[in-house]
Design a protein. Structure first.
Length: 134
């Protein structure tokens, strides 16, 4: 088993005792992302649509740092402080994902870190790297 810690400055740095992602063999476990702007480490200004967009941008940056992209995500968990925002998640998600969509769960929660309205985490699988014969 090979284990690699994934880190990028294009996504918010961890605000606790965790890594942005951990790659184990061909599977990448992406930690929860909230709508922090990486450069300022503050919640993005604007409405919940801006927060959802920032979370997808943060997940995308971590996925790319791990050698994949959002199309490689096989499981997405969405945490919302207001489940009435779920249709907006679907609408914005359509700008980031194409069919076949990942498996997904949407969970209503009482609160999220830093007062965020949304958080998402994911599991991504990567194709084994092909190396030319020597």
């Amino acid at each position: 088993m090979t284990k690699e810690i994934i880190q990028t400055n294009k996504a918010p740095k961890a605000i606790g005792t965790y890594s942005q992602a951990v790659k184990v063999n061909h599977t990448v476990y992406l930690s929860g992302q909230i709508p922090l702007v990486p450069e300022t480490m503050t919640i993005i200004e604007g409405d919940v649509a801006a927060q959802i967009t920032q979370v997808f941008d943060n997940l995308k940056a971590v996925a790319e740092a791990a050698g994949g992209d959002l199309a490689d995500i096989v499981k997405l968990n969405v945490f919302l402080t207001d489940l009435s925002d779920f249709p907006l998640v679907n609408e914005i998600m359509g700008h980031y994902f194409q069919e076949p969509y990942p498996a997904r769960a949407a969970i209503g929660v009482a609160a999220l870190p830093k007062g965020a309205a949304v958080e998402m985490d994911a599991i991504m699988t990567l194709e084994p790297q092909e190396y030319p014969a020597s």
